[in-house]
Ligand binder design. Structure first.
Ligand SMILES: [Zn+2]
Ligand SMILES: [Zn+2]
Length: 135
């Protein structure tokens, strides 16, 4: 998939080969991927530190978002149009461990006690994906 260079310019982020590959890989996967999955998909070309550093810069610039599924289970997904992601829930398949963005689920309401301050929010719906139900 050819990426529009104006997006990179707008974010003032240099489209390094590594960043391009991470974006391509997330754009085509259709689901969220862990750092390890991305590393396997991108290949040996970049070492772990380079890849991780580039992923951080992509996250900071709103190209991707991070999903904390459980303690130690972190996935990344591409943001549509490389804009900071709208608030949305995620689906976690307990069988295959894959995670999908539920872009439609934005209307959930969480009541926060008075005086509490929210720093992060993670709504994860758990169950079985279509493929795992058929298996
Ligand atoms: Zn599954
Ligand atoms: Zn998402």
């Amino acid at each position: 998939m050819e990426q529009d260079d104006s997006i990179w310019k707008r974010h003032q982020l240099r489209p390094t080969p590594c960043r391009r590959m991470v974006m391509e890989c997330l754009d085509t996967s259709g689901r969220a991927m862990s750092e390890r999955e991305i590393r396997l998909a991108v290949g040996e070309e970049f070492d772990r530190t380079t890849l991780y550093r580039n992923m951080i810069s992509l996250e900071e610039n709103g190209f991707i978002h991070r999903i904390v599924v459980a303690q130690g289970v972190v996935k990344y997904a591409a943001n549509p149009d490389n804009q900071p992601a709208q608030r949305h829930a995620h689906f976690f398949c307990k069988h295959c461990g894959n995670v999908w963005c539920l872009r439609q689920a934005q209307t959930f309401k969480v009541e926060i006690p008075l005086g509490f301050q929210v720093e992060e929010e993670e709504i994860v719906v758990r169950g079985l994906c279509r493929a795992c139900q058929e298996a």
